[in-house]
Design a protein around this ligand. Structure first.
Ligand code: SF4
Length: 321
């Protein structure tokens, strides 16, 4: 394995935050409905239960996220144990500003995503299926990863494991199996997620997660539809997570998508109703992936959004400015 400690070659660590593939049209059936309420999710054995897309998968089919498929009648993660990225990052890079500051965290990513943002920083892994990966990958089973995390806690001030870079919960079984072992070693688990995940899946992993950074990409149902997500599902995810572990939120300010001052006011009020001490990271967009013609977010707007959010929230931070 390459040196992941930051003392030498860091290998293949993508940017934070990760997430989001290219297009919605990989699901074998059009499942682009956004039921909003958990009770609206269809329950059929052939439908994947992990996220609001509810892909219907026949044996051999792969879902929209490219990370789950129907193998002999069971819907399982293709991506279990396949890592496209592994690095020992400062915990502040997740970003987490108020959880174990000064520590580093062993950060791992797989491939695929259940959203398809046109500005994704990590599209090379988030839009990829196993066959598309034109980069180094390695197999690492949960016990091996937990053991590596423990070794690094002794030598490199490592806090535990962060599941990040692409959407980790589309392979929630790997997160759960690893997180249990990481806790047994006395270390912590961090999730960096888009939150576009059904509550039943969140509840399985939540007892083993100590901190999360959750994207709150835009504060409208319409905005989430454009990105392949479900606003109500994400809000429910955030509320549930905040009741169980340390949560920080990230809003990337993308021109014409998430740059509304009115929406920021609504967003901050909504967060404050959960807990005004939740840290909100407001980060500046730079041209990426398919959005290369849109200039970076105006700096003055970034400061105005921070001022608006700070009227309701105690911890608002600007990123990438
Ligand atoms: S996790 Fe993947 S396969 Fe499952 S419903 Fe969501 S997009 Fe479809």
């Amino acid at each position: 394995m390459s040196d992941i400690t930051g003392h030498g070659e860091t290998g293949h660590c993508p940017e934070e935050p990760a997430h989001y593939p290219e297009e919605a049209a990989r699901c074998p059936e059009d499942t682009s409905h956004y039921p909003g309420e958990p009770s609206g999710y269809p329950e059929e054995p052939s439908r994947c239960p992990v996220c609001p897309h509810s892909c219907r998968l026949k044996p051999g089919d792969t879902g929209l996220c490219r990370a789950r498929h129907n193998k002999d009648g069971n819907i399982v993660p293709v991506s279990y144990g396949t890592l496209t990225a592994i690095a020992l990052d400062p915990i502040e890079k997740k970003p987490l500003a108020n959880f174990m500051p000064g520590y580093r965290i062993l950060s791992v990513g797989g491939f695929g995503c259940n959203m398809y943002c046109s500005f994704c920083q990590n599209h090379d892994i988030s839009q990829a299926g196993l066959k598309d990966l034109g980069r180094h990958i390695e197999q690492m089973q949960p016990a091996e990863l937990a053991s590596l995390a423990l070794d690094l806690s002794r030598t490199d001030h490592n806090a535990g494991v962060a599941y990040t870079y692409n959407e980790p919960l589309i392979s929630w079984e790997y997160v759960l199996d690893t997180a249990r072992l990481v806790h047994k070693e006395g270390l912590v688990n961090v999730l960096v997620t888009n939150g576009n995940i059904r509550p039943e899946i969140l509840k399985k992993v939540l007892p083993f997660i100590d901190a999360m950074n959750i994207d709150l990409k835009v504060f409208s149902e319409e905005g989430y539809r454009k990105l392949g997500g479900d606003f109500e599902t994400v809000k429910a995810f955030i509320k549930t997570a905040a009741g169980s572990c340390h949560v920080e939120l990230t809003t990337l300010v993308v021109p014409r998508l998430s740059d509304s001052e009115d929406d920021m006011e609504k967003e901050a009020s909504w967060i404050a109703d959960i807990d005004p001490d939740i840290t909100l990271h407001i980060t500046r967009y730079f041209p990426q992936y398919k959005m290369t013609d849109t200039p970076p977010t105006d700096i003055a707007l970034m400061h105005r959004l921070k001022d608006i959010a700070s009227r309701k929230l105690h911890r608002v931070r600007l990123g990438n400015v």
